[in-house]
Design a protein around this ligand. Structure first.
Ligand SMILES: [Zn+2]
Length: 186
């Protein structure tokens, strides 16, 4: 009797373990690429610029696709004065405003791609480096680079890979800070 109970207990534990094993092996459903429908009905002169910017982001990243006028995750507006800006309501969702006065000074495509970068989870990085998209206007009016750096593009891909917490993703910065393996000398 005791033996049978023990075997039953072992079987139950084994079953529970198998269930846990499955859970651990698949912590979350495979993340499907997010489609970000952008709407240019109020983008005025910058609708074409928005399409170009969407192509740049689509080519540079994975796990997301910007698609024109299939919905309104992202609305693009043309405004005059006040500066260009982005309002992110959640990752991949929000509004981008392109200031015609600013776009007359700076590259409209760089502004557009930068502002959409905010919607895709990137913060500003005003370091004056034209190779960095999120350096924005700090790189000066002569900087027309509309492409995210590899690091910027990779960060966006990671954010859309399924973990949407910026705090979780920032932990990646410390990954290279792990001590190097000890080297045996002699
Ligand atoms: Zn910005």
């Amino acid at each position: 009797m005791t033996s049978r109970l023990s075997r039953l207990a072992v079987a139950l534990v084994a079953t529970a373990g198998a269930t846990l094993g499955v859970t651990v092996a698949n912590p979350a459903p495979a993340s499907a690429a997010m489609t970000i429908c952008y709407n240019t009905s109020q983008a005025g002169a910058y609708a074409g610029t928005a399409n170009q910017s969407a192509s740049i982001w689509n080519n540079a990243t994975s796990n997301l696709t910007l698609s024109a006028n299939c919905g309104s995750n992202l609305r693009i507006y043309q405004i005059t004065g006040g500066g260009s800006y982005a309002v992110r309501t959640s990752l991949g969702n929000g509004r981008v405003y392109i200031d015609t006065q600013q776009a007359a000074q700076y590259s409209p495509l760089r502004i557009m791609t930068h502002e959409i970068g905010h919607i895709l989870g990137l913060p500003d990085n005003y370091n004056g480096n034209c190779a960095i998209l999120m350096s924005g206007g700090s790189a000066g009016t002569s900087c027309t680079n509309p492409y995210p750096s590899t690091a910027e593009a990779n960060r966006v891909s990671s954010l859309f890979a399924g973990t949407f917490s910026a705090t979780d993703r920032s932990a990646d910065i410390f990954r290279d800070s792990w001590p190097a393996p000890l080297t045996t000398v002699g």
